[in-house]
Design a protein around this ligand. Structure first.
Ligand SMILES: [Zn+2]
Length: 462
């Protein structure tokens, strides 16, 4: 009898172990199944570490990457290949934020029920909002520099251009040595994964806070004699601007005036607006993570002044800065920028829900429109209307961010076309590029001219 009992207990123990094993497997199958399939040694999906299934297209249906007769092929145009390498991904999966990496499941057509089943065995298609021609135009402007140009439609949220340099042709990858400065940070998408000292483009955030929180800001007069001593430390301006009102102080990008404004705002309001306008928020672009910026939140009056000027320890992500000018352009509402329009299977059916287009108010309409007028005034009264595409009603802000030691300043230029026939907001950034207007400004103006020509030619064709 004892023997029978012992045997029964053993059988029960075995059954119990089996049940635990099956449960663990089932849990892992559902939670990690896609990772097993995604494993780069899986020869059904990867060839020498290269994803072989799925295609990525631009907004006009031009292939950015696809598989033809079993061979992975990028765009026929070299400039397009270089321009879109960070978004599409290279052949070795070096770009962590690329669509081939982030959308690997969708491209393979993986789901838990069917595995990597797809009728033709070619995987799925990811349709982006990118315009390959505009991306190529941006790449031509950034070639040989380190930087980024991003443009999105502030009415619809569609990102039409997102280019980061240095880059390379994914069909002909170069041999990159570790100490080659020309390829420094080549696998990083500077628009999404980097943060830089913003300099004067950040004055837009400070100006928004001032309009909302300083009652008599438009009656105040600031006096700039190039330097001012605050708590024994100097605030230095790029020029000597004498007496100026709030609007003129933005035209002049006067550090003395914006230092004064920052001190009137105080640390709490400065931090509140950095948060409110999404500078210190971690955004996502169609599932691709975007790094968040950081703005100093304590210190003396000198540090507070430099913080509102966009210096001190301020670090801002270019994509987040583009979002800020998009909010100003769209009367205080943000239509979240997005990149992936749809994913379809080989039969052309949508496999993913349409993008969740969210629209939310970040600034009151009157604050946004006042800022928009001030940015328009920058162009008309300071930068020179004739330097920008006629008819776009350019609104802009320059930034020449000073860096420690002998480093050349970062060049920034942000803004938008106020003519809603061309509803595009942009950020242009050149690392150690020097003057904001002359480098980043000139580069993005040429790209926006291409955008205008494309919109005009399409409206004529229709
Ligand atoms: Zn000044």
């Amino acid at each position: 009898m004892k023997k029978v009992k012992r045997r029964a207990m053993s059988v029960l123990a075995i059954i119990l172990c089996l049940m635990i094993g099956v449960s663990v497997f089932t849990y892992r199958f559902f939670s990690q199944g896609s990772q097993w399939v995604n494993f780069t040694a899986n020869k059904h999906i990867y060839s020498n570490g290269v994803l072989i299934g799925g295609a990525i297209y631009d907004r006009d249906g031009n292939p950015l990457v696809h598989t033809v007769d079993g061979v992975r092929k990028y765009s026929d145009n070299e400039s397009v290949r270089c321009a879109t390498m960070h978004i599409v991904g290279d052949k070795k999966s070096n770009i962590a934020t690329s669509l081939q990496k982030v959308y690997a499941d969708e491209l393979m057509g993986y789901n838990t029920i069917n595995g990597t089943y797809s009728v033709s065995g070619t995987g799925n298609s990811v349709y982006t909002t990118l315009d390959a021609d505009i991306c190529a135009a941006a790449y031509e402007q950034l070639k040989g520099k380190k930087g980024t140009i991003c443009i999105y439609n502030y009415k619809t949220g569609e990102v039409i251009c997102l280019v980061s340099t240095p880059t390379y042709d994914p069909e002909n990858p170069p041999v990159i040595s570790a100490d080659d400065d020309n390829y420094d940070g080549v696998y990083i998408n500077r628009a999404l994964s980097s943060r830089f000292t913003p300099g004067s483009v950040y004055k837009l955030v400070t100006a928004a806070a001032a309009i909302d929180n300083i009652d008599d800001i438009f009656e105040q007069t600031f006096t700039c004699h190039k330097t001012e001593v605050i708590n024994g430390q100097k605030i230095i301006c790029s020029g000597t601007h004498y007496e100026e009102n709030f609007e003129k102080s933005l035209n002049n990008s006067c550090n003395i005036a914006f230092g004064n404004i920052s001190r009137q705002l105080g640390w709490n309001t400065t931090a509140e607006y950095a948060q409110k306008l999404g500078i210190t928020t971690a955004h996502e672009l169609s599932g691709i993570p975007v790094v968040k910026g950081s703005i100093a939140t304590s210190g003396g009056d000198n540090e507070l002044s430099w913080t509102g000027i966009g210096q001190n320890t301020d670090l801002v992500n270019p994509f987040a800065m583009m979002r800020v000018v998009g909010i100003i352009a769209n009367h205080g509402m943000c239509v979240e920028p997005y990149l992936v329009e749809k994913v379809t299977n080989s039969s052309g059916f949508r496999t993913q829900l349409p993008p969740n287009k969210t629209e939310k108010r970040y600034l009151s309409q009157s604050t946004a429109d006042t800022l928009s007028d001030m940015m328009r005034s920058n162009v008309r009264n300071k930068y020179g209307e004739s330097n920008y595409p006629a008819g776009m009603e350019f609104c802009a802000k320059t930034g020449t961010a000073e860096l420690d030691g002998s480093q050349v300043s970062h060049s920034w230029f942000v803004g938008f076309s106020r003519n809603e026939k061309y509803p595009y907001a942009f950020v242009s950034f050149v690392q150690n590029g020097g003057s904001g207007a002359k480098v980043a400004g000139v580069a993005v103006t040429r790209v926006m001219t291409a955008v205008k020509e494309k919109v005009d030619s399409q409206s004529t064709a229709n």
